[in-house]
Ligand binder design. Structure first.
Ligand SMILES: [Zn+2]
Length: 348
């Protein structure tokens, strides 16, 4: 995706400007409508790109400025899903949410994010990354009254995601990321068909492919869940050996301030690792040295040419200034380790 050593990238969302959506609230409704909303989303995307470039990020994302929710905004554009028929389901076995219902065969009428990706492509010559929900996480955010099989529905979504991903690639997207937090929860299904569905979604892509698995945004339901996980979070132990053998190129994981034992990274040896060196559940800005320390410790388990310094998850709920300063910390921390690596290679 880039020849830079330790290329920096965010996982996903950035806070939206206050004129577009209410700040520091997840999934908050739009403040604009009609043509003003279209223009407002583009302006926000432009600002997100500007801020990432100004702070020195290497791989540029849209900051998810054009979507309200990382899963439902995609689903909204599909046929077969009734958004007026809502049911309350338990999301990732953790919290209840009112979700739309699958009432017929699902299909993609037209591209969902491709116009937005074309717009992002126009803003920068740097490599760009686009995130899509993973098939298993999609079915976990819905009620199904048609397929009566999570596996079957996931397979349909994987086919749809693959269509979208191919068009994003054709629009000039260099890196396509699938968000699969459900892989940290539903281990049996992940092994039975989750990984296969993910590979189906990524099938035939020339763009680099990423799977992002995390412990979620810093919201109360997630923080309460994390408190029950004990001193060592070993959930990745279930997915990493399978991902190591999968067709996916990059594994994105949470690390800084988490209880994930770093040695678990060894389980995906050979893959690129997008390492969370920024905590998204805290307003405290990491120092460059904090970031560098996290990266240095990870380098025991991943080759330097395969390490992508990143954030633990999306930053949508953070105050805008905090998120932007965290970008600077990420870049400064990566710079420290990059010069250390350059120094160690230099002849003495
Ligand atoms: Zn995440």
């Amino acid at each position: 995706m880039t020849n830079t050593l330790l290329p920096t990238s965010i996982v996903g969302s950035l806070p939206k400007p206050a004129w577009l959506a209410q700040p520091e609230v997840l999934w908050s409704p739009w403040e604009l409508s009609g043509d003003a909303l279209v223009e407002g989303k583009q302006d926000a995307l432009r600002a997100a790109v500007h801020e990432q470039r100004r702070r020195g990020l290497d791989i540029i994302s849209d900051g998810e400025q054009t979507r309200q929710h990382f899963v439902t905004t995609f689903i909204e554009h599909l046929d077969g899903v009734d958004f007026s028929r809502r049911e309350t389901v338990r999301i990732r076995d953790r919290y209840d949410a009112s979700v739309p219902t699958v009432v017929g065969a699902v299909s993609r009428r037209q591209p969902v994010f491709v116009d937005d990706a074309v717009f992002l492509r126009e803003q920068t010559d740097q490599p760009i990354k686009w995130a899509l929900p993973g098939p298993m996480t999609m079915i976990d955010t819905l009620a199904d009254r048609h397929y009566a099989s999570r596996e079957k529905l996931a397979w349909e979504f994987a086919t749809i995601l693959n269509q979208e991903a191919r068009e994003l690639e054709a629009a000039g997207v260099d890196v396509i990321q699938f968000d699969e937090p459900a892989f940290n929860v539903f281990f049996d299904e992940m092994k039975d068909w989750g990984i296969a569905a993910l590979e189906r979604a990524a099938e035939g892509l020339r763009a680099e492919t990423v799977v992002h698995i995390c412990y979620g945004y810093g919201i109360k339901a997630n923080n309460d869940w994390k408190a029950t996980l004990g001193d060592e979070w070993r959930q990745y132990e279930e997915s990493f050996p399978l991902l190591q053998r999968s067709t996916i190129d990059v594994v994105s994981l949470e690390s800084h301030h988490s209880h994930v034992p770093l040695e678990l990274i060894e389980l995906v040896r050979g893959k690129k690792v997008m390492l969370g060196a920024i905590d998204v559940a805290s307003d405290e800005i990491e120092s460059p040295e904090d970031v560098a320390d996290t990266l240095r410790r990870a380098l025991a388990f991943v080759d330097a040419d395969k390490l992508i310094p990143s954030t633990n998850c999306g930053m949508a709920p953070l105050p805008r200034g905090v998120a932007h300063d965290k970008l600077s910390a990420l870049v400064a921390g990566a710079d420290i380790v990059r010069s250390e690596l350059a120094g160690s290679d230099a002849p003495r």
